[in-house]
Ligand binder design. Structure first.
Ligand SMILES: C[S@@+](CC[C@H](N)C(=O)[O-])C[C@H]1O[C@@H](n2cnc3c(N)ncnc32)[C@H](O)[C@@H]1O
Length: 196
């Protein structure tokens, strides 16, 4: 099979497998929150404990980190978090079209891909924001935080220019719990945009 077709077949398999996993997730929950790139789960474990009325989905691509998340949540007796091994774009493709995130979308310290030739791998890009908006209820906040100045500026520019999202400069960060990458950083910057 040619490499492009093989890559497409692998991608389809991943999305199909994810759809099968999503069958058990309460996607019709009225207050659904999503964290993309949850890492070791410190933030989401604390967030879910503090927001028992929400159902939270936390995704990451590294299985060992998710295993730690599962253990953390089990120790805390959390029943309102689903940890999923999923790549963000795959998840958006796999979710049923009627899914609506109406709690919060959280993106904390996403990989900054500092070299210019890798910027195309950054999460916050216009097509991704469009796909996310399709699954997000009006007025739902997208909360972004990074310690990388260049990525902060670029992501702010992209979201500010996007018709589906409205930056709210006055909005306060909704919930503080230091993440592993936050602890390592000297400083960080955040923005919050609401679904138009
Ligand atoms: C720099 S770490 C930050 C982790 C955590 N949010 C924190 O602040 O400690 C970025 C995380 O995003 C995950 N990640 C990277 N690309 C991703 C993607 N496309 N979809 C889901 N997770 C991703 C990585 O595996 C990693 O755990």
């Amino acid at each position: 099979m040619p490499p492009i077709e093989e890559a497409q077949a692998i991608h389809r398999q991943r999305v199909t497998a994810l759809r099968a996993q999503l069958v058990t997730v309460p996607l019709d929950h009225p207050d659904l929150t999503l964290e993309i790139g949850c890492g070791h789960g410190h933030y989401m474990a604390a967030y879910a404990a503090a927001h028992p009325a929400e159902h939270c989905i936390a995704i990451d691509i590294i299985v060992e980190r998710l295993e730690k998340c599962e253990r953390k949540a089990a120790r805390a007796g959390l029943t309102n978090v689903t940890w999923l091994r999923a790549e963000a774009a795959d998840l958006l493709e796999a979710l049923p079209r009627e899914t609506r995130f109406s709690g919060r979308i959280l993106v904390l310290f996403p990989d900054p891909w500092p070299k210019r030739k890798h910027w195309k791998n950054r999460l916050i890009q216009a097509p991704f924001l469009s796909d996310l908006a399709q699954l997000t209820a009006p007025d739902t906040p997208l909360c972004f935080r990074t310690d990388h100045e260049g990525y902060f500026a670029e992501a702010l520019e992209v979201v500010s220019a996007h018709p589906d999202w409205i930056i709210n400069p006055a909005e306060e960060w909704p919930f503080e719990r230091e993440t592993i990458f936050e602890a390592r950083a000297n400083s960080h910057q955040s923005w919050i945009a609401r679904r138009a």
